[in-house]
Ligand binder design. Sequence first.
Ligand code: AMP
Length: 114
Amino acid sequence: MATIFTKIINKEIPASIVFENDKVIAFKDINPQAPIHILVVPKKEIPTLNDIEKEDSEYILAMYLAIKEIAHDFGISENGYRVITNCNTHGGQEVFHLHFHLLGGKPLGHMLAF
Ligand code: AMP
């Protein structure tokens, strides 16, 4: 089912887009959790990580290559960053269109799991 991210992909609603090619779009998270918080979204409606199929491999690779390029452009490659995908209820997923959160711009500390 289409989500708000499809509307952003189709330019039906605005977003602060930082990267785009034929497979991926990336834009600033509206509610940032770090100085740099970018969402990297495939231009295919894959609801959750559980729904990834082998045929989606080009999209998944494109997402990682986009992250690499964005991290370089934002000057955080060297110091580092964190990449997160939330899946379903326990993962805290709110938008059911697969995405990576790219977080950086300061030391992020340990991962919060408890
Ligand atoms: P998740 O909980 O992993 O599904 O993350 C969804 C993310 O999308 C949240 O961090 C929201 O702040 C973000 N978000 C929701 N709507 C928008 C929007 N219109 N533009 C940018 N980010 C959004």
